[in-house]
Design a binder for this molecule. Structure first.
Ligand code: C5P
Length: 404
């Protein structure tokens, strides 16, 4: 487990001879559990090919600003957003100048201008170019903009000159990336498992039984826990939401798959089970689409699904020390939540009123009560994202208190 596990790195490769070292950098980043996506400038492609980068990243490399396939597929704005860190290696004098000046005339510079992610640059150029006042001015401007810099190192250069300008070694760049991504916050060093969304229980290959759930609350909790420094595994049923950044998301369909994914993700310090799991599945699900026959109804026989929260809360080995369940109720909210706390064996129930009048289902706000064995606390109506942040803060205090 390193600070890079599960992190997404966008690696922008500039046009310098050090580009060959970026191929090694990809390997080093991936060895530490990061996924890497590459953007190559035109200059970079004089030294290495997009194919070599793709072979090492396992993902398509990107080169063109106006690429019809790309714009329909991920596009430069998504490239600029769907990562945890942008690394520019090698950062050539030209690329640094473009970044400092805010130019956007190719894919690399456009992505760098469009991103709000942290940026780490590894400059590499001829010693005279590095020492030139223009480059030093650009360096200062970039540092003032919050760009992080690693290297360059002193040493022999390709042009048989000596001095600063050699790109930092891949392992030095990795170490800087790790420092930038090292978790901090109330949940630093904790592993949190979150379940979210509905489950789909097949009737046949095209039909299913499901509960209503957008996954908004569970996904917001996963994101808030990651922002609080936790390593988060989000186990999500089918939802239309994007995977939250900085979170390892496992996609499942059915309750049984969700339970298996939770078991695989253990051990954890906190389990937050916000998924709306279907209580039943069809025991005699059809392998082929069930045909409509005149007047005859299919004979579906239902069987109970495993209760994931109760199963994990009752584990004798590997039980996360803090288990949190949700209770969506339409009446007697607190009373039912107390019963659920005891029945499921969890430590905290976040109870909410999902009666039509409350308008919580699929909406962006939530009104919750925190129910423990000894206490009930009612929060005002809050945005689901605020419920998530406050809940994570509270859980941070609870695991903090539980420490010896
Ligand atoms: O019993 P009920 O579905 O109301 O309980 C809600 C809580 O239990 C939620 O935290 C939900 O994620 C969890 N649950 C579960 N597995 C089930 C049913 C509910 O984990 N099969």
């Amino acid at each position: 487990m390193t600070a890079l596990s599960g992190k997404r790195i966008l690696l922008v490769i500039g046009g310098g001879i050090a580009a060959y070292k970026s191929l090694d950098l990809i390997r080093r980043l991936r060895e530490r559990g990061a996924s890497v996506r590459c953007v190559l400038t035109n200059g970079a492609q004089q030294f290495i090919t997009p194919l070599a980068a793709s072979a090492l990243t396992g993902q398509r490399s990107h080169t063109e600003l106006f690429d019809r396939e790309d714009e329909a597929d991920i596009g430069h704005i998504r490239l600029a957003r769907d990562a945890d860190l942008v690394v520019v290696a090698p950062a050539t004098a030209n690329l640094m100048a473009k970044m400092a000046g805010g130019h956007a005339d190719d894919l690399a510079s456009t992505v760098l201008l469009a991103t709000t992610l942290p940026i780490l640059i590894a400059p590499a150029m001829n010693v005279r170019m590095w020492l030139h006042p223009a480059t030093q001015r650009n360096l200062k401007a970039l540092e003032d903009d919050g760009v992080h810099v690693v290297g360059p190192n002193d040493g022999a250069m390709a042009e048989v000159e000596f001095g600063p300008g050699r790109m930092a070694e891949p392992l030095e760049i990795v170490a800087s990336a790790e420092r930038l991504l090292a978790p901090s916050g109330p949940l630093a060093g904790k592993h949190v498992i979150v379940t979210s969304g509905p489950t789909h229980e097949p009737i046949d290959p095209v039909r299913y039984i499901a509960n209503r759930s957008s996954g908004k609350q569970g996904h917001a909790i996963a994101k808030a826990a990651a922002e609080a420094g936790a390593r988060v595994t989000l186990i999500s049923g089918p939802v239309t939401l994007p995977d939250p950044s900085g979170v390892t998301t496992v996609h499942v369909e059915s309750a049984r798959e969700m339970l298996q994914a939770v078991e695989m993700a253990l051990p954890a310090d906190i389990g937050i089970f916000a998924a709306a799991v279907a209580d039943w599945r069809v025991a005699n699900a059809g392998e082929q689409k069930i045909k409509k026959k005149d007047g005859a109804l299919p004979n579906l026989s239902l069987t109970e699904n495993p209760d994931i929260l109760a199963t994990i809360s009752h584990l004798t080995e590997n039980r996360p020390p803090l288990m949190v369940g949700f209770a969506a109720e339409t009446e007697h909210v607190i009373e039912h939540a107390k019963q659920k706390l005891a029945k499921k064996g969890c430590d905290l129930i976040v109870a909410n009123d999902v009666s039509a009048a409350a308008g919580v289902m699929g909406g962006d706000s939530n009104k919750v009560h925190l129910v423990t064995a000894s206490d009930v606390e009612t929060w005002p109506t809050l945005a689901k994202t605020d419920v998530a942040t406050r809940l994570v803060e509270r859980l941070g205090a609870m695991v903090g208190d539980a420490k010896p």
